[in-house]
Design a protein around this ligand. Structure first.
Ligand code: COI
Length: 355
């Protein structure tokens, strides 16, 4: 297990008003850093004042994108306890992403220790308003000064923290989504299941195109047939069809979302039938026309649950639940956030208390 050297900031920043946090633009007082070299492995773990880092312009990650990241949140309960939500799943997913990107794995206990130590030092930054949390961004990147395309020999692992409000300005209000038929997010055999920056960069143009059409995000289809539903924006997607919760099966090109997995487990416990399977966009359109799709929503760490009110497909609009959040979406949101905040019993062992 790593030991962490701590160098505290002598100038602490002012805590922002929890009502105007937005997402991911405010950073706390400290950050965690650790280096990897082939002879020493992961070493030099330290927490230092938050600030710019120096790098060589030829640093490999800038040229060839060899990087992975994670996203999770810390919450403060009513009695001041601090909770994480399933951080071991993030640690496992980071290592799954690392393997795909030829990046050395980080022991899960070191990953959790880095987060716990940093959150403890910056605990005064955990906001307490409704819908707020301290967003945690662990990331790993190749630091070799080299333009040769090869798996790097040196890496940096860092964790930064950002107090956040809602990811989408719409919050829990349903959004309008465009089905994207030209661009794809990821393909089977590629890196779609990994949390790596390139997947997000590849999505930007379609996001811009959707915005020009008055939509908040895109519904991604598969890369081969442009027919099977994959994700919505940066989230996993669910539909409620005749009372059954349906979501695309993890095919290799879909991110194994932690909120996705939690929603499935909670729904099953509630007795809601869940199907993880291929979902043809034509099935969704036909079922919408027949009034069988009563709800749709995206799941992710940032937004938790984001209801989809309307789908735009080939210029035609398909509306779910009169563009209002549905009963099942609301219930799942309440249960996931209730567990995250320590307000309800955690029947699943999802909550991780930082002591
Ligand atoms: C999430 O929904 O949690 C994401 O991964 C989005 C993130 C890139 C901000």
């Amino acid at each position: 297990m790593i030991s962490i050297e701590i160098n505290k900031s002598s100038q602490l920043k002012e805590i922002p008003n929890p009502e105007n946090l937005g997402f991911g633009t405010i950073f706390t007082d400290h950050m965690f850093m650790m280096d990897y070299t082939q002879d020493q492995g992961w070493h030099n773990a330290k927490i230092v004042p938050y600030g710019p880092i120096e790098f060589d312009p030829s640093m490999m990650v800038l040229h060839y994108g060899q990087e992975t990241f994670e996203g999770l949140k810390a919450y403060k309960g009513n009695d001041g306890e601090i909770f994480l939500f399933r951080p071991e799943y993030n640690g496992q997913r980071l290592n799954d992403s690392n393997k795909r990107l030829c990046i050395p794995e980080i022991p899960i206990e070191d990953f959790i220790k880095s987060i716990e130590a940093l959150v403890k030092i910056d605990r005064r930054w955990i906001p307490e308003g409704i819908g707020t949390a301290l967003y945690i961004r662990p990331f790993v990147f190749a630091t070799d000064a080299s333009l040769k395309v090869h798996p790097a020999k040196t890496y940096k692992y860092m964790v930064i923290l950002s107090p956040v409000g809602a990811y989408y300005t719409e919050g829990l209000n349903p959004v309008k989504i465009q089905v994207e038929e030209e661009y794809v997010r990821a393909s089977v055999g590629g890196v779609g299941f990994a949390k790596t920056g390139g997947n997000y960069g590849a999505g930007l143009l379609a996001q811009e195109k959707a915005a020009q059409n008055g939509c908040s995000q895109v519904l991604w289809l598969d890369s081969k047939e442009h027919r099977y539903v994959e994700e919505v924006g940066t989230m996993n997607v669910f539909f409620v069809k005749e009372g059954t919760l349906i979501t695309p099966a993890l095919s290799g090109s879909i991110l194994p979302g932690i909120t996705r997995d939690s929603v499935i487990k909670i729904a099953e416990k509630l007795g809601i039938p869940v199907e993880e399977r291929k979902i043809d966009i034509h099935e969704i359109i036909e079922a919408s026309e027949a009034g069988q799709i009563t709800e749709a929503f995206g799941t992710g760490t940032a937004a938790v649950i984001s209801p989809v009110g309307t789908l735009v497909y080939q210029g035609k609009e398909y509306c779910f639940n009169h563009h209002r959040i549905g009963e099942i979406s609301q219930k799942l949101y309440d249960l996931v956030t209730g567990i995250q905040l320590g307000e309800i019993e955690d029947l699943y062992g999802f909550r991780h208390i930082i002591r």
